[in-house]
Design a protein around this ligand. Sequence first.
Ligand code: PBG
Length: 336
Amino acid sequence: MTGFARGRRLRSTPALRRLTAQTRLAPADFVLPVFVKQGIDAPVPISAMPGVVQHTLDSLRKAAHEAAEAGIGGLILFGIPGEKDAVGSQADAADGIVNVALQQLRADLGDELVLMADLCLCEYTDHGHCGVVTPARGGVRGQGGGMVVDNDPTLDRYAAVAVAQAQAGAHLIAPSGMMDGQVAAIRRALDGAAHTETPILAYAAKYASGFYGPFREAAEGAPQFGDRSTYQMDPPNADEALREVAQDIAEGADAVMVKPALPYLDIVARVAGAVHVPVAAYQVSGEYAMVEAAAANGWVDRERAILETLTAIRRAGAGTVLTYWAVEAARLLARA
Ligand code: PBG
């Protein structure tokens, strides 16, 4: 037979496949989420996320050096304070765990890695919600005893936290609370405190997802009543993601994020096609846990699955991937 296209021609050797690969992974694309907890003297393993720990300040510094050595793009920090309260005071306390960690890492590493600060209150509040809560009013029923997460008072808290994190040494602020107007409030606060050069990576399209399950153990921020579905996006919606992204960019976001990643690749692709700012995707704890669990059972080839998921997320259009495999994937690529 002759005369028809043979897709197989360009697949026949590793060298041909490498030459024609449309998507390439590089360590610099990856950002490693890390957890640092106050009041522990050794790292605490996360049972639902084999290989991931809650760090002490010291073990975090060591992990950060390893991350820099592996050549990844950055770290994103989550803090677990010793004490929680209604407004998450430890999030912006200068001696709060996350701010101390940022200070130390910045002193250790300078500008070698991008130090990102996740900005949210859920790890710091005793009720586990991402903002301050008040009794429902105006015909809204609320959750758990009639309470609601109150948007606008939360913005004042986010503004204070952003300034504290920038002051502590964060190179970039990443608000993940899904309050309306959060990017504008944070931009205004940063500019007002002379942090005009600190960029914002907005968790713009963040869905109310079941795939955050294992993270609740890692960050100890499970809501004590209700859930996050009044502020995070509803999984059936796609157009709304584009609206959220456009609004965040209009408010001053320098880059935008879609989260989770793998179950939302359609959203990643649509966002990447619609905007001209960098697009990141967060491969979340449940995505990590699924592959680890399947691999532990011998049901998938672990390393192959890791690189395939990362490739898929990049192929969909994300330039940056937040992933718990960041350092390992960088090492796998160096070996390949
Ligand atoms: C908190 C936050 C969450 C994650 C990142 N920031 C949890 C949530 O919104 O409930 C999830 C990350 C993961 O699952 O890996 N604002």
